[in-house]
Design a binder for this molecule. Structure first.
Ligand SMILES: [Zn+2]
Length: 102
């Protein structure tokens, strides 16, 4: 018997994929993780190239929103992006505080 990591549903006849997800969550969760990972990578580049503070803030906010989604998956024991979203979230929350504070 296997239990889905995301929806916690499971039963004698249920099977999970290699990520530990059931049939209905698997494709959805994988696609969501991929989307948010892409947003994070893109916004990291935007942030690095940005010169003005408002531009940097916009990028950070988008990045943090996606990182929060991924942290929810990580808390369920799923692998998301590299570096882990938890670290990304902590690091960019710090960058944001620096920007707003100055
Ligand atoms: Zn599920």
């Amino acid at each position: 018997m296997a239990k889905c990591r995301w929806c916690d549903k499971g039963g004698l006849l249920s099977r999970t994929d290699k990520l530990g997800l059931c049939k209905s969550c698997g494709p959805e969760v994988s696609a969501d993780i991929e989307n948010h990972s892409n947003v994070i990578y893109e916004e990291m580049h935007v942030f690095e190239r940005a010169v003005e503070a408002p531009e940097k803030l916009t990028a950070i906010d988008k990045l943090l929103a996606s990182a929060e989604k991924l942290v929810a998956y990580e808390n369920k024991g799923l692998e998301t992006c590299s570096p882990p979203a938890k670290l990304v979230l902590a690091e960019y929350t710090g960058f944001r505080a620096d920007l707003v504070g100055s």
